[in-house]
Design a protein around this ligand. Structure first.
Ligand code: MG
Length: 309
């Protein structure tokens, strides 16, 4: 059954208090997407901050935003970041479009002469428990180490600013769980900004949470994931955010990522701390460690090195 919906969008610009009024027939409630993220409402957006407004309706909206989009989706881009409160993690999942699949070529990744070696297959002396600063309690075997469920995240003893990072990881060959529950770990730059590690070979999830995503911020350009049980690499170029007085963001962080040699994040802007629920926001900080996530899945890592930039 086709349902016809008409929209009125009134922007009261220049008046105080400024307001946005969305007029819809009956009680059909639309979804709101602000800066590519689903939000609860748009009450906090000042009209003067709006870059563009688009209304997506019907099948197109349902295909892109799921069944809840059938009542229509109001897509707003703002000139400056806006703050919205969320209660539901689903609010920040984006399911379409899915990145195309690419089959990567061979591996590389031997450290150059000026690299700081963070793991060469021997031991975890460069790492510590992120929880209590004690010994890193993940299991080392066969030149790799593996998440030991329940022991918590581990992080480097050194802290870093701008860095090039090479890291290799392997999702478990035994398939357990699905979506965010299969082969989930993560690499947090400066302990805050997560480059997702996940079995995304043939295991669907929201693309802004799949392997190679900047979690809930940037979908990878393509899906270059190898099958679970095979080693794969990330090469990361991370430019740390810079903060001024009063916690002001002078320049946001930026990140470029190659997954198995394939460009998947091209100098994208980091929006703030990785958040499972709600919008990312920056909290000022100094240099930070590289932190690996214990998400309860036995993901393995090897050959980790960095070059300070
Ligand atoms: Mg993760």
């Amino acid at each position: 059954m086709k349902r016809s919906i008409f929209w009125g969008l009134l922007l009261a610009v220049g008046s105080l208090p400024a307001q946005i009024k969305i007029v819809t027939p009956g009680d059909s409630k639309p979804l709101f997407v602000v800066n590519d993220v689903l939000v609860q409402d748009v009450a906090n957006i000042q009209p003067g901050n709006i870059e563009s407004v688009e209304v997506v309706k019907g099948e197109a909206a349902a295909k892109k935003y799921g069944p809840d989009g059938r009542n229509g989706v109001v897509v707003i881009k703002t000139k400056r970041p806006v703050q919205v409160n969320y209660r539901d993690p689903k609010m920040t999942e984006i399911w379409e479009p899915k990145p195309p699949k690419v089959t990567p070529g061979g591996n590389w990744g031997a450290p150059p002469s000026d690299a700081i070696i963070l793991f060469d297959g021997a031991d975890l002396t460069q790492w510590q428990s992120a929880r209590d600063g004690g010994e890193a309690r993940w299991q080392v075997a066969d030149g790799a180490f593996t998440v030991t469920k329940g022991t918590g995240d581990i992080k480097t003893k050194r802290t870093f600013g701008d860095v090039q990072v090479h890291i290799e990881w392997r999702a478990p060959s035994v398939l357990e769980g699905e979506g965010q529950g299969r082969g989930n770990s993560g690499i947090f730059l400066q302990e805050r900004y997560e480059l997702q590690v996940l079995d995304s070979y043939e295991s669907p999830t929201y693309p802004n949470g799949q392997a190679g995503s900047i979690y809930k911020q940037h979908v990878p350009l393509v899906n270059a994931t190898r099958p679970p049980g095979e080693w794969q690499s990330y090469d990361i170029i991370f430019v740390a955010p810079k903060f001024g007085g009063n916690g002001r963001v002078v320049s946001p962080g930026r990140i470029t990522v190659l997954h198995n040699g394939v460009l998947i994040q091209n100098n994208v802007e980091i929006w703030g701390n990785t958040e499972y629920i709600g919008l990312p926001r920056y909290t000022p900080h100094e240099k930070g460690a590289i932190q690996l996530q214990d998400h309860g899945n036995p993901v393995s890592y090897r050959n980790i090195w960095v070059r300070e930039l």
